[in-house]
Design a protein around this ligand. Structure first.
Ligand code: SF4
Ligand code: SF4
Length: 426
């Protein structure tokens, strides 16, 4: 029996067409057409569900233009989950049209960590042939036109050794006050490895025992937003089974990545909603999942440590709010509270505006949309005058680093965990 995430007809009927979502919608801002707006999507989804609108290539293209930023859900007076409705139809699109070969290959790799490790190693060895290294941005630039990638586009670099292969499984602290497990996320594991290294150094300074579970798999977000629910359920169940082995021994699972922690906290339950036994097992795990800055701010003496031992860094920072941090997890004060101890914070015009990452499909098949959504954000960052832009999300980092590169903006991007670690270094 097909497992549905949401009742599309009811969701469509619940929309009162008030239009409050229109000014904040990421796709509507770059394609001002009622069809590609939250209430337009909802109408089309309900019509499709009633059997009045076949899922042809044009309709598929419309549903694939949503960035899943959740801005609409945030402002909707009826709290209509347009994002979940789009996720539901994406699963149907995946079934009807299949999933493109390179996405299938990528999702297969997400299921097989050891093979992914080998591929990342090969990527590191051969990257200089096809890419120029841009060390400062932790990125690489294709030397020539590559299909899917396209030329002139800055991509996350590949690290020599992944985060999970760089550390002991258990980093023991003398007389630990707390113990946490680190869930790192794929981009910070293979590309932006300094995020995890920084988190480990901060936790050590705070006297926290650290578990780095080596067999953790992807949270499932790339597959979820593409509609590959088989891969999503496989990854969740593997992770849940594995985490059950240590969950009672840790105070929290800390995640320095907004998309991964949001996926675990919100979307794991949606994906398993028709499997009550798994749902119960999953709930126990996610009750301990926290975005890293939130856990550090609320449960440790990091602010006091920064005030006592942290350097005043002399750099200004502007903070971008990842959609998966502020809107879905309510986390936005915490990174600012920690960063303000060592950096001068400057707010950009609209830190809450979506960066335009949009997921695997937008980054590959609809990249022009990501470019259009990223350009105003890059300009906003430049106009803030800050030296550094920060966000606790590597998807935002990938998108904004490229948007700044393509729009001639020189501001550097760093995760708040890296910035806090720099302030604490002797
Ligand atoms: S999730 Fe974002 S892009 Fe999609 S309809 Fe809502 S506001 Fe628009
Ligand atoms: S804000 Fe909510 S109720 Fe109003 S038009 Fe948008 S989706 Fe419909």
């Amino acid at each position: 029996m097909k497992q549905e995430l949401i009742d599309l007809i009811k969701t469509g009927d619940d929309c009162v067409k008030c239009g409050k979502c229109i000014p904040v919608c990421t796709i509507h801002a770059i394609s001002p057409d009622e069809t590609t707006s939250p209430r337009g999507f909802l109408d089309l989804l309900a019509a499709h569900k009633r059997g009045d609108l076949p899922l042809d290539k044009d309709v598929k293209r419309i549903f694939e233009s949503c960035f899943l930023c959740t801005n609409c859900v945030d402002v909707c007076p009826s709290k209509i989950p347009t994002d979940t409705a789009i996720e539901e139809v994406r699963a149907e699109i995946a079934q009807e049209f299949g999933i493109t070969w390179y996405k299938r290959a990528f999702f297969w790799l997400l299921r097989h960590r050891t093979v992914m490790d080998v591929m990342a190693k090969l990527g590191y060895v051969f990257k200089t042939c096809a890419f120029a290294d841009k060390k400062e941005q932790n990125s690489m630039l294709p030397r020539f036109y590559l299909p899917i990638v396209k030329s002139g586009r800055l991509l996350p670099s590949v690290s020599k050794t992944s985060f999970l292969n760089s550390h002991e499984e258990h980093i023991v602290t003398k007389n630990p006050k707390q113990k946490v497990a680190v869930f790192i996320g794929c981009m910070a594991n293979y590309s932006y490895t300094n995020i995890g290294d920084s988190l480990v150094r901060i936790l050590e300074k705070l006297g926290v025992d650290i578990l780095i579970p080596k067999k953790q798999l992807c949270c499932g977000a790339p597959a979820y937003f593409t509609g590959d629910l088989d891969t999503v359920r496989y990854l969740i169940k593997k992770n849940v089974e594995y985490f059950e082995g240590f969950i009672d021994s840790v105070d929290a699972i800390v995640v320095p990545e907004a998309t991964c922690s949001s996926m675990m906290v919100h979307d794991w339950e949606k994906a398993l909603k028709d499997e009550p036994e798994w749902l119960e097992r999953c709930e126990k795990i996610i009750s301990k999942v926290s975005l890293a800055t939130k856990w550090l701010n609320d449960n440790t003496k990091l602010k006091e440590l920064l005030a006592k031992d942290g350097k005043q860094m002399g750099h200004s920072v502007t903070y971008h709010d990842p959609c998966h941090a502020r809107k879905t997890q309510g986390v936005w004060r915490e990174p600012r509270a920690l960063l303000s101890k060592s950096y001068s914070l400057i707010e950009m015009e609209n830190p809450n505006r979506c960066c335009g990452f949009g997921g695997v499909t937008i980054q590959t098949e609809r990249f022009e949309l990501a470019q259009m959504a990223g350009a105003p954000k890059a300009k906003m960052i430049e106009e803030s005058g800050a030296d550094i832009v920060s966000a606790e999300c590597s998807a935002c980092r990938m998108q904004l680093t490229n948007a700044m590169h393509q729009n001639g903006v020189k501001t550097l991007f760093k995760n708040p965990i890296e910035l806090i670690d720099e302030a604490l270094k002797q």
